[in-house]
Write a protein that binds this ligand. Structure first.
Ligand SMILES: CC(C)(COP(=O)(O)OP(=O)(O)OC[C@H]1O[C@@H](n2cnc3c(N)ncnc32)[C@H](O)[C@@H]1OP(=O)(O)O)[C@@H](O)C(=O)NCCC(=O)NCCS
Length: 159
C-alpha cells in the first residue's frame, strides 16, 4: 500500500485525530514536516509537526493497529522531538496510551501554555470543526466534542 493510502485509511478509522483530506493534500503532509516509521518497507507510523503559537506541536500521531504496544509510538515521538529545534514542544491528547508515551518522554501537563499558543490552538480547533462539518463527519464531531474537556495539554520546555 502506498504511504498516502495508508495515511488516508488510518485517518478514516481513527476518529480522535483530524479527518482525511484529498490524496494530493495528504501527500503534501507526507512530504512536509512529519516523521514516519517503516517496517519491511511499509509505513506503520506517522506524526505531524507544526507551529502553534509559541510552541511546536506534534499532532496526528498514528501507529498502525497491528504494531501498537510494541514501542513504535515512543520511537516515533522520540524522532519527532529530535527533529524539532524549537525549545517548546507540545502535544494534546486524551488517549491513555499516548499520555503514557508522553510521560515516559518527560512531557508534563500544562494548564496554560501561554496566550498565543492557546489562541492558535482555539483557532485550529474551529478550523478542524469546520472541516469535519464540510465532510459530514458527525461521528467524529460527536466523539471529539463530547470529550473536549478530557484533553490534556502536554509540553516540554528545553533550555
Ligand atoms: C497512541 C498511539 C500512537 C500509541 O502508539 P503505540 O505504538 O501503541 O505506543 P507504545 O507501544 O510506544 O507505548 C504505548 C504505552 O502505553 C501503554 N498503554 C496501552 N494502552 C494503555 C491504556 N489504556 N492505559 C495506559 N497505558 C496504556 C502501553 O503498555 C505502552 O506502555 P509501555 O511502553 O510502558 O509498555 C496509538 O495507540 C495510536 O495510533 N492510537 C490511535 C490514534 C490516536 O489516538 N493518537 C493519539 C492522538 S494525539
Amino acid at each position: 500500500m502506498e504511504d498516502v493510502d495508508w495515511l488516508k485509511s488510518m485517518l478514516a478509522i481513527e476518529r480522535e485525530v483530524r479527518p482525511p483530506s484529498s490524496t494530493r493534500r495528504e501527500q503534501k503532509y507526507l512530504d512536509g514536516n512529519c516523521v514516519k516509521l517503516y517496517h519491511d518497507g511499509r509505513i506503520i507510523a506517522y506524526a505531524e509537526i507544526r507551529k502553534v503559537g509559541s510552541h511546536m506541536e506534534i499532532s496526528t500521531v498514528l501507529v498502525d493497529p497491528e504494531y501498537r504496544n510494541q514501542g513504535y509510538g515512543k520511537k516515533l515521538m522520540q524522532q519527532a522531538i529530535e527533529k524539532i529545534e524549537h525549545n517548546k514542544i507540545m502535544c494534546c491528547t486524551k488517549n491513555p496510551a499516548m499520555a503514557k508515551v508522553l510521560y515516559d518522554l518527560d512531557f508534563k501537563i500544562t494548564k496554560w501554555p501561554g496566550f498565543w499558543t492557546n489562541f492558535v490552538l482555539t483557532i485550529n480547533t474551529f478550523r478542524r470543526l469546520i472541516s469535519m462539518i464540510i465532510r459530514f463527519d458527525f461521528k467524529r464531531i460527536w466523539l471529539q466534542g463530547k470529550n473536549i474537556l478530557n484533553y490534556d495539554q502536554f509540553e516540554i520546555i528545553r533550555d
